[in-house]
Design a protein around this ligand. Structure first.
Ligand SMILES: [Mn+2]
Ligand SMILES: [Zn+2]
Length: 334
């Protein structure tokens, strides 16, 4: 079993915690044994027939989620995630998880993770799938055990780090991935990251209030932050997208960074891999791709259509990389 904590406690099945359903295609692990429950067979759709767990390397997958009845609040969270292999890469080494958890006090919480497997070493798809599964399992356990959002976010990121590090063979290169996660209730989110997958705050009604919540762990971002290179020059440098932090056995300084963010009902939290933001780095452009949900007046945007639109826009721009987006909208309960 390559997955350290998940072998003892299977990751919560995404399909059991979604209300809007899910779909997936092009699984490359058809016929394999499920890495989460250890007994089910992975079907043509990339999912375990027993527990619903999503295998690594799935070409295209979608999930939707709505936060369950919140006894204390008048806000609700709608979420949707989409990942796609893109047009140029042989397989999808991105992965995502979108799940619902409950705190010790009974408050519903969303735990969402996007990881991007590093393509230059083998095992990127396994690294990203492992990090997502282990992070949500550890995050759920931490929340039900009494940890607050900040503590649970740190617990999840650290569990993911250790699990990906444990994938490393005795000799040779270590499977690696980036990590960006959000642990949120209807009032605030804690964002965690290592690498260049990003979190954005998007305001469809006021696009100029949209912005990036994470700082890339990349050559370009570090050169600009240090005042060594101008932003325009940094991004055209061949080293621009070399990441400076990641999850792996051989990663330097792999403690994820964390940032708190207050939520209100006017905006949307986006988690995405660089396959989306490389094509569409401008937060206002991303916000403009989200559309109002005509059918559900309680959500500021149609989260499923929004996640699909973001990934489709990246594919339309060339789709050079795997592309993944999770859209989380907080809304006043209707
Ligand atoms: Mn990528
Ligand atoms: Zn299974």
């Amino acid at each position: 079993m390559p997955i350290e904590p998940a072998s003892a406690s299977p990751a919560p099945s995404a399909s059991s915690s979604v209300s809007g359903g899910s779909s997936v295609s092009g699984g490359s692990s058809d016929g394999a044994t499920c890495s989460a429950c250890g007994s089910g067979a992975v079907g043509e759709d990339g999912r375990c027939g027993d527990c619903g767990h999503l295998a690594a390397g799935v070409e295209h997958a979608e999930e939707t989620l709505e936060l369950p009845e919140d006894p204390s609040g008048d806000l609700v969270v709608h979420g949707a995630g989409v990942t796609d292999r893109g047009h140029r890469r042989r397989r999808n080494e991105d992965a995502f998880a979108l799940t619902r958890a409950v705190t010790a006090e009974g408050t519903p919480v969303v735990v969402a993770v996007v990881c991007d497997g590093v393509a230059s070493v083998p095992g990127g798809a396994t690294a990203s799938r492992t990090a997502c599964d282990v992070a949500v399992a550890a995050g759920h356990e931490a929340l039900s055990g009494g940890q607050d959002l900040e503590e649970a976010a740190a617990t999840a990121a650290d569990a993911a780090r250790r699990a990906v590090a444990a994938l490393a063979p005795a000799a040779g290169s270590s499977p690696a991935c980036t990590y960006v996660a959000a642990v949120l209730d209807t009032e605030r989110a804690v964002i965690s990251w290592a690498g260049d997958s990003r979190a954005y705050w998007l305001s469809p009604a006021r696009p100029d209030e949209s912005g990036v919540l994470t700082e890339d762990d990349s050559w370009a971002a570090e050169m600009v932050a240090a005042g060594i290179v101008e932003a325009e020059d940094a991004l055209s440098d061949p080293r621009a997208h070399v990441i400076t932090r990641w999850l792996a056995a051989d990663a330097p300084d792999v403690v994820a960074r964390h940032r708190g963010w207050p939520l209100d009902d006017t905006g949307v939290l986006l988690l995405c891999s660089d396959g989306v933001w490389n094509h569409l780095p401008d937060p206002a452009v991303l916000a403009a791709l989200l559309t109002a949900d005509e059918g559900a007046e309680e959500s500021p945007v149609d989260v499923h259509a929004g996640a699909l639109a973001l990934v489709d826009a990246a594919l339309h721009e060339g789709g050079h990389d795997n592309a993944t987006a999770i859209v989380l909208a907080v809304a006043a309960r209707g």
